[in-house]
Design a binder for this molecule. Sequence first.
Ligand code: KG4
Ligand code: ZN
Length: 445
Amino acid sequence: MNILSIETSCDETSVAVLKCSGGFKNPRFKVLSNIVLSQIEIHKSFGGVVPNLARREHQKNLVLILTQALKKSGLLKSKIKNQKSKILIKNKKLLNKILIRESELFEKILEFLEKYEKPKIDLIAVTRGPGLEPALWVGVNFARALSKVWQITVLGVNHLEGHIFSVFLKENRENIKYKVLNSKQITNNKFQILNKIKNQKIKFPSLALIVSGGHTELVLMEDWIKYKIIGSTLDDAAGEAFDKSARILGLVYPGGPEISREAEKWKLQILNSKSKINLKSKFLNSKQIQNLEQEIKLPRPMINIKNFNFSFSGLKTAILYLVNDLKKSGKWSKELIPQVAYEFQEAVIDVLILKSLKATEKYNVKTFVLCGGVSANKELRLRFKEKIQEKFGKKINFLMPELKFSGDNAAIIGSAAYSNYLNLKLKRKLSKISFFFKANGNLNF
Ligand code: KG4
Ligand code: ZN
């Protein structure tokens, strides 16, 4: 089946088309298109996402992104000229009612519907929460409008579920140009590809760590679509901590990638100080590194507490004090940013991994899923994989999304919609899908 999905929960306007197959227990997806328009440049000067600006931008761009997504997937068909119908008055009235708060979107959607035919889509999926409510409503009303005119079912999807299902998505391999490899590389490469496919299967119980800008959740899954939260953040989410700490260090929004880049610089310094090859001017020697390490230490919040909850706001405050103290004693300089970023990243990674490993052990987990925007962090990915393998070996299947699908995009919403739709179908509850579902900024499992 073909699913058209829409994501507008935060500052990405995205529409995707997925070809889904394989059924409930072996979902397979071909990403026909996944267009993502980021609003980062617009929100950057405010140091974070401004909900009403996000809402305005979604309204402005959704029809354009929809057109591109349908075009790329080969499903966009213009109406024949002399059949270019004026959209029925009845439909126009309905659309006006649905998009009463999105007048700009109403005009654009009318133009689109007059120009193009109904595409070969079996289901429309849209994020209904969690996220910024004004932004969510634009996507929900847009999806509803399309659903009414095209007479296609619309399903509201939990954004967090989308992050979990992101691990099943593969970039369309047809679009990747292959290099010529020698025979040894081919064997290795084949092995890697096979390994990847084999690893995509999820076994239950499974545990997902969702780390994003708004969430840090450890979610236990006893079966498909059966979720139980066993740990959450008590204050800031991991991504939020990255963003806020970056701001203290004078880095731009979003702070995650910035901190990660700065931390990488310091890691390089450490590696170089340890290697005997290059100790010249640019790099510090191991004594200098040791001295700095003693001074720049951050806490690992709640690491020894028995439950699986997290807390990251103290870490941000600790950075603030650290920088202020260094400034007062005249020791602060921009050169220290990579090191503070590194220590901050280490603190977050240490806590996330330790708690995840403990929970994995306690619940006899067979598949571990690392997902959400922060899962794009290179060091976090590396260390998680290493630690899980070290502790559980082949007993555990470790899954994480391809980088392209780790942040917010509509393809992840489509993938979660497929399993939810099949679940309702199996239980003969398709008729219960309500057209009138609401956007909910605080939606949880
Ligand atoms: O999942 P996501 O795209 O949006 C939400 O659902 O919140 O996550 C966005 C978060 C931001 O806080 C961003 O700073 C963080 O993910 N992020 C990263 C990295 N890339 C994005 N955090 C750490 N390292 C990264 N490389
Ligand atoms: Zn997200």
